[in-house]
Ligand binder design. Structure first.
Ligand code: SAM
Length: 508
């Protein structure tokens, strides 16, 4: 079932998440606090997603900033035909500079509630939410009794937390294992909710895949029943703290309810006048029961479903193909003294993404800001691999680049050198550290460059990074099929449509 709805929630030109108001002093503080305030149209969209009528609303807003989310929800409840009788809100905010605007916003809510004959109370806590909530969920003897909430709306701070940081250890003491603050917030909020409570959150999309977020996903999917996922097609740099351009996602989930049969997947452009489309998708299409990694897929439009079905036909793992994928071993700033602009007698080729050209490596480049070569000696031997045919995949693609997975072949029939270095911005497929047979390499590169793989990959990977673990988690065609495909690839730089139809004919 596909229904197109038009939600003109992006009525102004505001970016999806905007840096906090000038009350917050400087960029460093903003980064440290993961402070990106939600513009009103997004806050209203989030507020509109709550479904259950309650006479008493006990609302939690953790990392409340200036209160945009609570205000949007309370405003909506005041306008509802069936209003609640009472609303209590508890807002945690660590930044003292946000407390005054937060109180002022909640005072506005108080007046709005009075006009709607709703009894209202607000508790503003200028505290670290993690430090406050962990003892409550740990059931510590001397912790204050955990308040219970039946509603939560959050835009938690996004920041990496190092494995030895106090925050990480605190979360671990409550059985929460995560490397990012936002996931810690969601996990704690989930624990503070009553059975049947609703949560709407906006977060980076990174928790949907990858090994680091697996414990979080397991925990979250066990405790919560996912009802709706809303993705934004255009990306915002708001969450680009670690230089990985993140997509944001809004999700709506209900605590403790049985797993849903279907999940609504909605998407909108995130730009002025953005249009949203939505479709109901079987839960098993979103989280496959067969997937030990519990990836959350976002099959958002008509192109996604066929791509997912096609990829599900494939059952061969990389290890069955006898292949491995690794990240390029040459980290250039660590090997500075060995790098050379152009090749010489004592050097090996050094391959960067800038050497990709029409599906093959073009090397050396005459005019380049990157070195073309690395000295080949005892000290660099460990960084180099023997000559052969390797399939390379870029680890980072530019936001504007059409494709997320960009593969290319390094062919030592074209580049005559006994050893080669692959730089760290590349992943390379290999057979026990050696090259691949030619047909297999060509078939694999064509498969990876096909639209079907790209569309499928985007469903679970929301950023511009392609890691070796992502490539390991894919299923591949059988070896013979890849080899047949490879034998059909003769010319260079096949146009995408031709490559796609070749891949479709041979593999699907
Ligand atoms: C992404 S902003 C969102 C703010 C607000 N909810 C909104 O949507 O506009 C996250 C907020 O969490 C606050 N914050 C960061 N770490 C916190 C912590 N440990 N405890 C409480 N608040 C925190 C930041 O100061 C920031 O205001």
């Amino acid at each position: 079932m596909t229904a197109a709805v038009h939600l003109n929630v992006f009525a102004d030109e505001a970016p999806m998440l905007s840096p906090s108001a000038p009350t917050s002093s400087d960029d460093d503080k903003q980064h440290e606090l993961g402070q990106f305030l939600t513009p009103n149209p997004i806050a209203e969209l989030m507020a509109s997603l709550f479904e259950i009528h309650r006479n008493e609303v006990h609302l939690l807003d953790a990392g409340a900033g200036a209160g945009a989310l609570s205000a949007a929800l309370i405003g909506r409840l005041c306008r509802d035909a069936r209003k609640p009788k009472r609303i209590s809100v508890t807002a945690y905010e660590i930044d003292g500079a946000q407390i005054e605007p937060l109180r002022a916003r909640l005072d506005g809510c108080r007046r709005e509630c009075a006009r709607a004959s709703i009894s209202f109370s607000a508790t503003v806590l200028n505290e670290d939410f993690i430090a406050a909530a962990v003892p409550m969920v740990r059931d510590d003897l001397f912790a204050s009794e955990a308040p219970r909430f039946n509603t939560a709306i959050i835009n938690p701070p996004y920041r990496k937390i190092r494995s030895d940081s106090p925050t990480r250890l605190l979360l671990r003491s409550a059985g929460i294992e995560t490397s990012n603050l936002y996931a810690g917030f969601v996990a704690l909020v989930t624990r503070l909710l009553d059975k049947g409570a609703e949560l709407v959150a906006i977060t980076p999309r990174s928790f949907c895949n990858g090994p680091y977020f697996k414990p979080f996903r397991e925990d979250f999917l066990e405790a919560m029943s996912l009802r709706r996922l809303h993705v934004f097609e255009s990306r915002s740099a708001a969450f680009s703290g670690d230089a990985v351009l993140q997509e944001n996602i809004i999700f709506h989930a209900v605590k403790g309810a049985p797993k849903p049969r279907q999940v609504i997947i909605a998407s909108s452009s995130g730009e002025h006048g953005g249009t949203a489309t939505e479709r109901a998708v079987d839960f098993s299409e979103v989280v496959s029961p067969a997937d030990a990694g519990q990836f959350i897929h976002l099959p958002a439009d008509g192109q996604h479903q066929p791509a997912r079905r096609a990829m599900q036909q494939l059952v061969t793992s990389l290890s069955v193909l006898g292949l491995s994928v690794s990240t390029g071993r040459v980290v250039d700033f660590r090997a500075k003294e060995f790098l050379r602009e152009q090749p010489g007698r004592d050097t090996a080729p050094l391959i960067y993404p800038c050497h990709f050209n029409g599906g093959f490596v073009h090397w050396p480049k005459k005019k380049t800001r990157k070195p073309n070569a690395i000295v080949s000696n005892e000290q660099t031997r460990e960084l180099l691999v023997p000559a052969g045919m390797y399939v390379l995949v870029k680890r980072f693609t530019a936001k504007e680049e059409r494709r997320r997975i960009v593969a290319c072949i390094y062919d030592s029939h074209q580049i005559h050198a006994p050893l080669v270095g692959f730089e760290n911005h590349l992943n390379y497929f290999h057979v026990n550290g050696h090259g691949l047979p030619m047909a297999l390499a060509k078939g694999l590169a064509a498969f990876l460059n096909s639209t079907v793989v790209d569309v499928y990959f985007r469903q679970f990977n929301g950023h511009t990074q392609v890691n070796a673990t992502d490539l390991r988690s894919l299923n591949y065609p059988a070896k013979a099929k890849l080899e047949d495909l490879g034998r059909k690839i003769t010319g260079r730089g096949l146009p995408q449509v031709e490559l796609d139809s070749l891949v479709e004919d041979e593999l699907f």
